[in-house]
Write a protein that binds this ligand. Structure first.
Ligand SMILES: Nc1ncnc2c1ncn2[C@@H]1O[C@H](COP(=O)(O)OP(=O)(O)O)[C@@H](O)[C@H]1O
Ligand SMILES: [Mg+2]
Length: 386
Protein backbone atom coordinates (compact mmCIF):
# COMPACT_ATOMS: atom_id res chain seq x y z
CA UNK A 1 0.00 0.00 0.00
CA UNK A 2 2.83 2.37 1.02
CA UNK A 3 4.61 1.68 -2.31
CA UNK A 4 1.49 2.50 -4.27
CA UNK A 5 1.17 5.85 -2.48
CA UNK A 6 4.84 6.69 -3.23
CA UNK A 7 4.51 5.91 -6.91
CA UNK A 8 1.28 7.93 -7.21
CA UNK A 9 2.99 10.92 -5.60
CA UNK A 10 5.96 10.53 -7.92
CA UNK A 11 3.67 10.42 -10.94
CA UNK A 12 1.79 13.49 -9.77
CA UNK A 13 5.11 15.27 -9.26
CA UNK A 14 6.01 14.55 -12.87
CA UNK A 15 2.88 16.35 -14.02
CA UNK A 16 2.78 19.12 -11.49
CA UNK A 17 6.17 19.95 -9.98
CA UNK A 18 8.26 19.29 -13.11
CA UNK A 19 6.47 21.73 -15.42
CA UNK A 20 6.73 24.34 -12.70
CA UNK A 21 10.47 23.73 -12.41
CA UNK A 22 10.80 23.84 -16.18
CA UNK A 23 8.82 27.04 -16.25
CA UNK A 24 11.11 28.61 -13.66
CA UNK A 25 14.19 27.42 -15.52
CA UNK A 26 12.97 28.89 -18.79
CA UNK A 27 12.35 32.23 -17.12
CA UNK A 28 15.78 32.38 -15.42
CA UNK A 29 17.57 31.13 -18.48
CA UNK A 30 15.98 33.42 -21.04
CA UNK A 31 18.93 35.78 -21.24
CA UNK A 32 21.43 32.94 -21.19
CA UNK A 33 19.72 30.92 -23.92
CA UNK A 34 18.93 33.93 -26.07
CA UNK A 35 22.61 34.91 -25.76
CA UNK A 36 23.64 31.55 -27.25
CA UNK A 37 21.45 31.94 -30.30
CA UNK A 38 23.77 34.22 -32.36
CA UNK A 39 26.73 31.88 -31.75
CA UNK A 40 24.82 28.80 -32.87
CA UNK A 41 23.57 30.71 -35.88
CA UNK A 42 27.03 31.92 -36.81
CA UNK A 43 28.47 28.42 -36.54
CA UNK A 44 25.80 27.02 -38.83
CA UNK A 45 26.33 29.85 -41.33
CA UNK A 46 30.05 29.04 -41.47
CA UNK A 47 29.32 25.36 -42.10
CA UNK A 48 26.71 26.27 -44.72
CA UNK A 49 29.22 28.51 -46.50
CA UNK A 50 31.82 25.77 -46.66
CA UNK A 51 29.23 23.24 -47.93
CA UNK A 52 28.20 25.77 -50.58
CA UNK A 53 31.84 26.16 -51.61
CA UNK A 54 32.14 22.39 -51.98
CA UNK A 55 28.96 22.40 -54.09
CA UNK A 56 30.41 25.05 -56.40
CA UNK A 57 33.67 23.14 -56.76
CA UNK A 58 31.79 19.91 -57.54
CA UNK A 59 29.65 21.70 -60.14
CA UNK A 60 32.81 23.05 -61.77
CA UNK A 61 33.99 19.46 -62.03
CA UNK A 62 30.58 18.75 -63.74
CA UNK A 63 29.58 16.50 -60.86
CA UNK A 64 26.06 15.88 -59.66
CA UNK A 65 25.33 16.87 -56.04
CA UNK A 66 23.82 14.16 -53.81
CA UNK A 67 20.14 14.84 -52.96
CA UNK A 68 20.99 14.62 -49.20
CA UNK A 69 23.32 17.64 -49.59
CA UNK A 70 20.66 19.61 -51.45
CA UNK A 71 18.05 18.78 -48.80
CA UNK A 72 20.48 19.78 -46.02
CA UNK A 73 21.10 23.16 -47.65
CA UNK A 74 17.37 23.73 -47.97
CA UNK A 75 16.77 22.81 -44.33
CA UNK A 76 19.60 25.11 -43.23
CA UNK A 77 18.20 28.07 -45.17
CA UNK A 78 14.78 27.44 -43.66
CA UNK A 79 16.12 27.29 -40.07
CA UNK A 80 18.30 30.37 -40.58
CA UNK A 81 15.29 32.26 -41.85
CA UNK A 82 13.23 31.12 -38.85
CA UNK A 83 16.06 32.12 -36.48
CA UNK A 84 16.24 35.53 -38.13
CA UNK A 85 12.53 36.05 -37.45
CA UNK A 86 12.92 34.72 -33.92
CA UNK A 87 15.67 37.26 -33.25
CA UNK A 88 13.25 39.97 -34.34
CA UNK A 89 10.71 38.73 -31.81
CA UNK A 90 13.38 38.55 -29.06
CA UNK A 91 14.29 42.20 -29.56
CA UNK A 92 10.58 43.11 -29.34
CA UNK A 93 9.88 41.16 -26.16
CA UNK A 94 11.30 43.68 -23.68
CA UNK A 95 8.77 46.27 -24.87
CA UNK A 96 5.83 43.96 -24.25
CA UNK A 97 3.50 44.25 -21.24
CA UNK A 98 3.37 40.41 -21.07
CA UNK A 99 7.15 40.18 -21.09
CA UNK A 100 7.35 37.21 -18.67
CA UNK A 101 4.90 35.02 -20.58
CA UNK A 102 6.54 35.83 -23.89
CA UNK A 103 9.97 35.11 -22.51
CA UNK A 104 8.75 31.73 -21.29
CA UNK A 105 7.45 30.72 -24.71
CA UNK A 106 10.38 32.23 -26.56
CA UNK A 107 12.93 30.44 -24.36
CA UNK A 108 11.38 27.12 -25.35
CA UNK A 109 11.50 28.05 -29.02
CA UNK A 110 15.07 29.34 -28.82
CA UNK A 111 16.18 26.09 -27.16
CA UNK A 112 14.50 24.12 -29.95
CA UNK A 113 16.17 26.19 -32.66
CA UNK A 114 19.60 25.91 -31.02
CA UNK A 115 19.18 22.16 -30.87
CA UNK A 116 18.06 22.01 -34.51
CA UNK A 117 21.06 24.09 -35.62
CA UNK A 118 23.46 21.90 -33.64
CA UNK A 119 21.92 18.83 -35.27
CA UNK A 120 22.33 20.28 -38.78
CA UNK A 121 25.90 21.25 -37.98
CA UNK A 122 26.60 17.73 -36.80
CA UNK A 123 25.06 16.19 -39.95
CA UNK A 124 27.14 18.22 -42.39
CA UNK A 125 29.77 15.60 -43.15
CA UNK A 126 28.49 14.08 -46.35
CA UNK A 127 29.90 10.93 -47.83
CA UNK A 128 29.39 10.73 -50.75
CA UNK A 129 29.00 14.45 -51.43
CA UNK A 130 28.67 14.32 -55.23
CA UNK A 131 29.17 11.96 -58.10
CA UNK A 132 30.36 12.25 -61.70
CA UNK A 133 27.38 13.37 -63.76
CA UNK A 134 26.34 11.26 -66.73
CA UNK A 135 27.40 12.53 -70.14
CA UNK A 136 24.55 14.18 -72.04
CA UNK A 137 24.31 11.27 -74.51
CA UNK A 138 22.90 11.86 -78.00
CA UNK A 139 21.58 15.28 -76.91
CA UNK A 140 25.19 16.40 -77.22
CA UNK A 141 24.94 16.36 -81.02
CA UNK A 142 23.38 19.45 -82.53
CA UNK A 143 20.62 19.15 -85.11
CA UNK A 144 20.79 22.77 -86.15
CA UNK A 145 22.11 22.09 -89.68
CA UNK A 146 20.11 18.90 -90.20
CA UNK A 147 17.68 19.09 -93.12
CA UNK A 148 14.85 16.54 -93.24
CA UNK A 149 14.89 15.68 -96.93
CA UNK A 150 11.61 14.30 -98.22
CA UNK A 151 13.35 11.56 -100.19
CA UNK A 152 14.99 10.35 -96.95
CA UNK A 153 11.92 10.35 -94.71
CA UNK A 154 11.29 6.68 -95.44
CA UNK A 155 14.93 5.79 -94.63
CA UNK A 156 14.59 7.57 -91.28
CA UNK A 157 11.27 5.86 -90.55
CA UNK A 158 12.57 2.42 -91.62
CA UNK A 159 15.53 2.77 -89.30
CA UNK A 160 13.28 3.67 -86.37
CA UNK A 161 10.89 0.82 -87.17
CA UNK A 162 13.79 -1.63 -87.32
CA UNK A 163 14.90 -0.40 -83.89
CA UNK A 164 11.41 -0.88 -82.46
CA UNK A 165 11.42 -4.43 -83.83
CA UNK A 166 13.90 -5.82 -81.31
CA UNK A 167 14.51 -8.98 -83.36
CA UNK A 168 16.39 -6.92 -85.97
CA UNK A 169 19.20 -6.27 -83.53
CA UNK A 170 21.92 -5.47 -86.11
CA UNK A 171 20.98 -2.91 -88.74
CA UNK A 172 23.22 -1.75 -91.56
CA UNK A 173 22.95 1.75 -93.04
CA UNK A 174 24.72 1.76 -96.40
CA UNK A 175 25.60 4.74 -98.57
CA UNK A 176 28.39 6.50 -100.42
CA UNK A 177 31.00 8.43 -98.51
CA UNK A 178 29.54 11.89 -97.76
CA UNK A 179 25.97 10.83 -98.51
CA UNK A 180 24.84 11.61 -94.95
CA UNK A 181 25.02 8.27 -93.08
CA UNK A 182 26.65 9.68 -89.93
CA UNK A 183 24.30 12.67 -89.91
CA UNK A 184 21.23 10.46 -90.28
CA UNK A 185 22.40 7.86 -87.74
CA UNK A 186 22.88 10.64 -85.16
CA UNK A 187 19.34 11.90 -85.74
CA UNK A 188 17.85 8.42 -85.49
CA UNK A 189 19.92 7.80 -82.34
CA UNK A 190 18.63 11.05 -80.84
CA UNK A 191 15.04 10.04 -81.61
CA UNK A 192 15.55 6.54 -80.17
CA UNK A 193 16.91 8.13 -76.98
CA UNK A 194 14.01 10.59 -76.82
CA UNK A 195 11.45 7.81 -77.34
CA UNK A 196 13.30 5.73 -74.73
CA UNK A 197 13.50 2.77 -77.11
CA UNK A 198 16.77 1.97 -75.28
CA UNK A 199 18.05 3.02 -71.87
CA UNK A 200 21.28 4.24 -73.45
CA UNK A 201 22.25 5.24 -76.97
CA UNK A 202 25.97 5.31 -77.62
CA UNK A 203 27.83 6.34 -80.76
CA UNK A 204 31.39 5.23 -81.51
CA UNK A 205 33.51 5.97 -84.57
CA UNK A 206 35.20 2.91 -86.05
CA UNK A 207 36.89 4.33 -89.22
CA UNK A 208 39.08 2.72 -91.87
CA UNK A 209 41.66 1.25 -89.50
CA UNK A 210 39.67 0.15 -86.47
CA UNK A 211 41.32 0.39 -83.09
CA UNK A 212 39.65 -1.99 -80.64
CA UNK A 213 40.84 -0.10 -77.57
CA UNK A 214 39.55 3.21 -78.90
CA UNK A 215 36.13 1.68 -79.68
CA UNK A 216 35.95 0.10 -76.21
CA UNK A 217 36.91 3.39 -74.56
CA UNK A 218 34.42 5.43 -76.59
CA UNK A 219 31.60 3.10 -75.56
CA UNK A 220 32.71 2.88 -71.92
CA UNK A 221 33.07 6.67 -71.58
CA UNK A 222 29.52 7.22 -72.74
CA UNK A 223 28.18 4.50 -70.46
CA UNK A 224 30.10 5.96 -67.50
CA UNK A 225 31.99 2.66 -67.20
CA UNK A 226 35.53 2.70 -65.79
CA UNK A 227 37.85 -0.09 -66.88
CA UNK A 228 40.30 -1.52 -64.36
CA UNK A 229 41.39 -4.16 -66.87
CA UNK A 230 44.69 -3.68 -68.67
CA UNK A 231 44.09 -6.06 -71.56
CA UNK A 232 41.83 -5.76 -74.57
CA UNK A 233 40.12 -9.04 -73.73
CA UNK A 234 39.62 -8.10 -70.08
CA UNK A 235 37.95 -4.88 -71.17
CA UNK A 236 35.88 -6.81 -73.73
CA UNK A 237 34.56 -9.12 -71.03
CA UNK A 238 33.76 -6.23 -68.69
CA UNK A 239 32.02 -4.28 -71.47
CA UNK A 240 30.04 -7.31 -72.54
CA UNK A 241 28.82 -7.80 -68.93
CA UNK A 242 27.75 -4.16 -68.81
CA UNK A 243 25.98 -4.33 -72.17
CA UNK A 244 24.02 -7.38 -71.02
CA UNK A 245 22.41 -5.31 -68.27
CA UNK A 246 19.76 -2.84 -69.36
CA UNK A 247 19.15 -1.94 -72.98
CA UNK A 248 21.71 -0.17 -75.13
CA UNK A 249 21.78 0.94 -78.75
CA UNK A 250 25.27 1.07 -80.20
CA UNK A 251 25.84 3.15 -83.31
CA UNK A 252 29.11 2.00 -84.87
CA UNK A 253 29.93 4.67 -87.38
CA UNK A 254 32.03 4.30 -90.50
CA UNK A 255 32.76 0.58 -90.55
CA UNK A 256 35.04 -0.48 -93.43
CA UNK A 257 35.50 -4.15 -92.77
CA UNK A 258 34.03 -6.99 -90.73
CA UNK A 259 34.30 -6.16 -87.04
CA UNK A 260 34.73 -8.85 -84.39
CA UNK A 261 32.05 -8.00 -81.83
CA UNK A 262 33.53 -10.47 -79.37
CA UNK A 263 36.92 -8.74 -79.47
CA UNK A 264 35.26 -5.40 -78.60
CA UNK A 265 32.86 -6.83 -76.02
CA UNK A 266 29.55 -6.46 -77.83
CA UNK A 267 27.19 -9.34 -76.94
CA UNK A 268 26.25 -10.97 -80.21
CA UNK A 269 23.48 -13.22 -81.52
CA UNK A 270 21.41 -12.59 -78.45
CA UNK A 271 18.17 -11.26 -79.85
CA UNK A 272 16.05 -9.45 -77.30
CA UNK A 273 18.99 -9.32 -74.89
CA UNK A 274 19.13 -5.57 -74.81
CA UNK A 275 21.91 -4.57 -77.17
CA UNK A 276 20.92 -3.17 -80.57
CA UNK A 277 23.49 -2.14 -83.19
CA UNK A 278 23.33 0.26 -86.13
CA UNK A 279 26.42 0.20 -88.27
CA UNK A 280 27.04 2.75 -90.98
CA UNK A 281 29.21 1.67 -93.89
CA UNK A 282 29.95 2.30 -97.54
CA UNK A 283 29.87 -1.41 -98.26
CA UNK A 284 26.90 -3.74 -98.43
CA UNK A 285 29.34 -6.68 -98.13
CA UNK A 286 30.32 -5.47 -94.65
CA UNK A 287 26.64 -5.63 -93.62
CA UNK A 288 26.33 -9.14 -95.01
CA UNK A 289 29.54 -10.35 -93.35
CA UNK A 290 28.35 -8.90 -90.05
CA UNK A 291 24.99 -10.64 -90.41
CA UNK A 292 22.81 -7.54 -90.36
CA UNK A 293 19.16 -8.59 -90.17
CA UNK A 294 18.14 -5.35 -91.88
CA UNK A 295 20.09 -3.41 -94.49
CA UNK A 296 18.91 0.08 -95.35
CA UNK A 297 20.31 2.02 -98.32
CA UNK A 298 20.76 5.79 -98.25
CA UNK A 299 20.13 7.33 -101.67
CA UNK A 300 21.50 10.55 -103.10
CA UNK A 301 19.44 13.74 -102.96
CA UNK A 302 16.93 14.64 -105.66
CA UNK A 303 17.73 17.62 -107.93
CA UNK A 304 15.38 19.88 -106.00
CA UNK A 305 16.77 18.87 -102.59
CA UNK A 306 20.35 19.34 -103.85
CA UNK A 307 19.49 22.84 -105.06
CA UNK A 308 17.82 23.77 -101.75
CA UNK A 309 20.81 22.52 -99.74
CA UNK A 310 23.20 24.40 -102.02
CA UNK A 311 21.20 27.65 -101.80
CA UNK A 312 21.20 27.37 -98.04
CA UNK A 313 24.98 26.91 -97.84
CA UNK A 314 25.99 29.33 -100.61
CA UNK A 315 23.47 31.91 -99.38
CA UNK A 316 21.67 32.24 -102.71
CA UNK A 317 18.51 34.29 -102.31
CA UNK A 318 15.89 35.89 -104.54
CA UNK A 319 18.18 38.93 -104.77
CA UNK A 320 21.25 37.00 -106.00
CA UNK A 321 22.32 37.96 -109.58
CA UNK A 322 20.71 35.94 -112.36
CA UNK A 323 24.09 34.88 -113.88
CA UNK A 324 25.29 33.62 -110.53
CA UNK A 325 22.22 31.42 -110.22
CA UNK A 326 22.93 30.05 -113.70
CA UNK A 327 26.50 29.03 -112.74
CA UNK A 328 25.23 27.69 -109.42
CA UNK A 329 22.78 25.37 -111.16
CA UNK A 330 25.60 23.88 -113.20
CA UNK A 331 27.79 23.46 -110.12
CA UNK A 332 24.95 21.70 -108.30
CA UNK A 333 24.56 19.35 -111.26
CA UNK A 334 28.22 18.40 -110.89
CA UNK A 335 27.60 17.53 -107.25
CA UNK A 336 25.17 14.74 -108.33
CA UNK A 337 23.11 14.94 -105.15
CA UNK A 338 26.01 14.14 -102.81
CA UNK A 339 25.43 16.21 -99.62
CA UNK A 340 29.08 16.59 -98.66
CA UNK A 341 29.95 18.02 -102.09
CA UNK A 342 26.96 20.37 -102.07
CA UNK A 343 27.66 21.67 -98.56
CA UNK A 344 31.42 22.04 -99.04
CA UNK A 345 31.30 23.75 -102.44
CA UNK A 346 28.32 25.91 -101.47
CA UNK A 347 29.85 27.20 -98.25
CA UNK A 348 33.24 27.81 -99.93
CA UNK A 349 31.74 29.87 -102.73
CA UNK A 350 29.45 31.82 -100.43
CA UNK A 351 30.04 35.56 -100.83
CA UNK A 352 32.51 35.13 -103.73
CA UNK A 353 32.23 36.93 -107.10
CA UNK A 354 30.58 35.49 -110.23
CA UNK A 355 34.07 35.21 -111.77
CA UNK A 356 35.24 33.00 -108.92
CA UNK A 357 32.12 30.83 -109.29
CA UNK A 358 32.80 30.44 -113.02
CA UNK A 359 36.42 29.55 -112.34
CA UNK A 360 35.32 26.93 -109.83
CA UNK A 361 32.91 25.43 -112.38
CA UNK A 362 35.57 25.20 -115.11
CA UNK A 363 38.12 23.69 -112.72
CA UNK A 364 35.47 21.24 -111.62
CA UNK A 365 34.80 20.16 -115.19
CA UNK A 366 38.52 19.85 -116.02
CA UNK A 367 39.54 18.16 -112.79
CA UNK A 368 41.38 14.86 -112.91
CA UNK A 369 39.14 11.91 -112.14
CA UNK A 370 39.67 10.29 -108.76
CA UNK A 371 39.90 6.60 -108.07
CA UNK A 372 36.15 6.18 -107.66
CA UNK A 373 33.29 4.86 -109.80
CA UNK A 374 32.97 6.71 -113.11
CA UNK A 375 29.49 8.14 -112.64
CA UNK A 376 30.44 9.67 -109.31
CA UNK A 377 33.76 11.28 -110.12
CA UNK A 378 32.52 14.82 -110.31
CA UNK A 379 30.98 15.20 -106.85
CA UNK A 380 34.19 14.02 -105.26
CA UNK A 381 36.15 16.28 -107.62
CA UNK A 382 34.07 19.07 -106.05
CA UNK A 383 35.86 18.35 -102.82
CA UNK A 384 39.24 18.50 -104.58
CA UNK A 385 38.37 22.02 -105.67
CA UNK A 386 38.43 23.35 -102.18
N1 LIG B 1 20.36 15.69 -93.68
C1 LIG B 1 21.35 16.56 -93.86
N2 LIG B 1 21.11 17.86 -93.66
C2 LIG B 1 22.09 18.75 -93.85
N3 LIG B 1 23.34 18.45 -94.22
C3 LIG B 1 23.64 17.15 -94.40
C4 LIG B 1 22.66 16.14 -94.25
N4 LIG B 1 23.24 14.95 -94.50
C5 LIG B 1 24.52 15.21 -94.80
N5 LIG B 1 24.77 16.53 -94.75
C6 LIG B 1 26.06 17.21 -95.01
O1 LIG B 1 26.93 16.29 -95.62
C7 LIG B 1 28.10 16.12 -94.83
C8 LIG B 1 28.53 14.69 -94.88
O2 LIG B 1 27.57 13.88 -94.24
P1 LIG B 1 27.99 12.62 -93.39
O3 LIG B 1 26.81 12.27 -92.57
O4 LIG B 1 29.26 12.86 -92.68
O5 LIG B 1 28.23 11.56 -94.53
P2 LIG B 1 28.76 10.07 -94.43
O6 LIG B 1 28.73 9.68 -93.00
O7 LIG B 1 27.82 9.29 -95.27
O8 LIG B 1 30.14 10.08 -94.98
C9 LIG B 1 27.73 16.59 -93.44
O9 LIG B 1 28.84 17.10 -92.76
C10 LIG B 1 26.71 17.66 -93.74
O10 LIG B 1 27.37 18.88 -94.00
MG1 LIG C 1 30.36 9.15 -91.81
Amino acid sequence: MGDIVVSIVAKLAEYTVDPILHHARYLCCFNNIAGNLPNAKEELELTRNSVKERVEEAIMRTEKIEPAVEKWLKDVEKVLEEVHMLQGRISEVSKSYFRRQFQYFLTKEIARKIEKMAQLNHNSKFDPFSKIAELPGMKYYSSKDFVRFKSRESTYENLLEALKDKSACTIGLVGLGGSGKTTLAKEVGKKAEELKLFEKVVMATVSQTPNIKSIQMQIADKLGLKFEEKTEEGRAQRLSERLRTGTTLLILDDVWEKLEFEAIGIPYNENNKGCGVILTTRSREVCISMQCQTIIELNLLTGEEAWDLFKLNANITGESPYVLKGVATKIVDECRGLPIAIVTVGSTLKGKTVKEWELALSRLKDSEPLDIPKGLRSPYACLELI
